[in-house]
Ligand binder design. Structure first.
Ligand code: BG6
Length: 523
């Protein structure tokens, strides 16, 4: 199908240049880890090459693995060269970028570490690095508190020669009380305006576009409420298992890993009221209001409104996949969920009575994230002889990834002498309209932190409001009889029980295979 939305006169729209940020020194805690290699470095390489900072930036990576600057650079080269996130890897550009990478070995739990860091930063500044400092905490969550205290003890949290900001990776705490404690700890030494709690979903172009779709257009907003919408279905499916992250995942599970942050953010953006302005506080205020409208569930409500699952061995795209308990580093009797489905009610005037169904899982049949907004049926089945169910109610699908797109489905008359109605879809594809590769989420977010724009980061009350919804579910799960794990095979759509969450209201999930097969690009 041709896209119904064309950019200009059939031309691809040009992306405007990225805004610029002041020069700074980026200090990465956890620099020998996976996230730095897979996500942060490709993003930084691209940032450096798009000239988005006035004088570019230097990086001081820190970690416990002993390495020289040169070894640190080499350790990142291959991952960058093969990263699909990078827009065109080039050895010469890499060499220029790599010259900006430095490394400091050490343990943030040791008292003298931050003194060494201060001395190293001063030495870098003497050679021209910026005094503006962006600390990026990408370590296991348990270390974040010590890092914050260590920075304060060395006086690195206040910067007389420039600014000092801190980026905190998810998970932000483990539950409501640990999130509160971490907030108190960080806000003792940094002002809220300098704290950037990252949720990388907010950096995705398609996630930001939810706001544009809703609030830059007048045709959707009048029907974006309980009078017209029957239910909302959000799927974040992954074919990946836990990879090398078993130690993390065994402490986390799908609900904390994906629902407590990424998926709740999708709910908030889909459901929020229009902000008075597009600035950090106005946007975040409205998101918090959505979370406040979701009442924490009792144990009985958790039993009725949630489903958890864990994958057993199976087949994904013709390849055999082991069960979760067979993955390296996972306990043989692990009770951790690798799948979670939740039915939420947003108890406000706009959404009362409209269920939001959320599901996420590892080792499902496809990797994709999509929000599907199901509209109510027409009040009357006008076309005699036509089974209205054959074209179904209208739907707006926001495909977050991959094949980023927005489609609207509606019934149309099949050409011919019968009044035969069929479902058709009008599809807007990002690739068709804009071409090229959009900046990846980390690139957008790091640049925003460098620019001091916190709109796409979560505020203190926002993360606490997220945990206020999630913690009662975790607590109830600990009390309720555990399901028989494993309860879905790798490659399936999760446990059967997840369908029952919707069936009770006459609704159903779109099968993941069908979501994947749905055409979202122009041919
Ligand atoms: C991370 C989770 O935050 O998000 C991972 O810890 C998950 O378990 C990842 O795989 C998904 O991100 P994306 O951008 O690939 O959808």
């Amino acid at each position: 199908m041709m896209p119904i939305i064309e950019a200009g006169a059939g031309e691809k729209l040009q992306r405007p240049a990225l805004p610029t940020a002041e020069a700074c020194t980026l200090v990465i805690f956890g620099a020998s880890g996976d996230l730095t290699r897979r996500k942060l470095m490709p993003a930084l390489y691209d940032l450096c090459n798009t000239g988005c900072t006035s004088a570019c930036f230097d990086v001081l990576g820190t970690g416990r693995t002993p390495m020289t600057d040169e070894e640190f650079r080499r350790s990142l080269h291959d991952a960058a060269a093969t990263s699909k996130d990078i827009r065109g890897f080039d050895e010469e550009k890499w060499a220029k970028f790599a010259a900006r990478l430095h490394y400091l070995v050490g343990d943030p739990a040791k008292p003298d570490f931050f003194g060494q860091m201060k001395a190293r930063l001063e030495a870098m500044q003497a050679k021209g690095s910026s005094a503006n400092t962006l600390f990026y905490v990408s370590t296991p969550a348990s270390l974040a508190g010590e890092i914050i205290d260590g920075l304060a003890a060395a006086g690195l949290n206040r910067n007389e020669k420039g600014w000092a900001r801190i980026v905190l990776e998810k998970p932000f705490g483990h539950d409501l009380s640990s999130a509160r404690a971490l907030n108190e700890r960080v806000l003792k030494v940094f002002d809220e305006a300098n704290v950037y709690r990252i949720d990388h979903y907010l950096g995705k172009e398609t996630v930001q576009n939810i706001l544009v779709f809703r609030f830059a257009n007048s045709i959707f907003e009048p029907v974006w409420n309980r009078n017209f919408i029957e239910y909302v279905e959000i799927t974040a499916a992954e074919t990946l298992g836990v990879e090398r992250r078993a130690a993390f995942y065994e402490e986390t599970g799908a609900l904390r890993d994906m629902v407590a942050n990424h998926i709740l953010q999708l709910v908030a953006l889909t459901a929020m009221e229009p902000p008075v302005a597009f600035d950090a506080d106005s946007v975040r205020e409205q998101k918090v209001q959505v979370f406040r409208s979701i009442r924490p569930m009792s144990v009985e409500e958790v039993a009725a409104n949630t489903v958890r699952g864990q994958y057993g061995a199976g087949t994904i795209k013709d390849e055999a996949a082991p069960g979760y308990r067979e993955e390296p580093g996972v306990k043989k009797d692990s009770r951790i969920e690798t799948f979670a489905a939740v039915r939420l009610n947003i108890e406000n005037w706009r959404w009362a009575g409209v269920p939001f169904y959320l599901r996420t899982g590892k080792r499902l049949g496809a990797s994709l994230t999509e929000i599907r907004v199901h509209f109510r049926r027409t009040p009357q089945s006008l076309f005699a002889g036509t089974d209205q169910a054959s074209y179904g109610p209208n739907m707006v699908s926001l495909r977050i990834q991959p094949n980023e797109s927005i489609s609207v489905s509606f019934g149309a008359k099949r050409p011919g002498s019968h009044m035969d109605t069929v479902p058709v879809e009008a599809n807007f594809s990002y690739a068709d309209a804009f071409g090229g590769q959009a900046p990846v989420a980390y690139e957008t977010l790091i640049l925003d932190a460098m620019r001091g724009d916190a709109t796409l980061f979560t505020r203190r009350d926002e993360v606490e409001a997220e945990w206020r919804i999630i913690t009662p579910i975790e607590e109830a799960w600990a009390k309720l009889p555990p399901p028989e794990f494993p309860n879905y095979a790798a490659g399936a759509d999760g446990p059967e029980a997840s369908g029952k969450l919707l069936a009770a209201n006459g609704h159903e999930w779109m099968p993941i295979g069908q979501l994947e097969a749905r055409k979202t690009n122009a041919d």
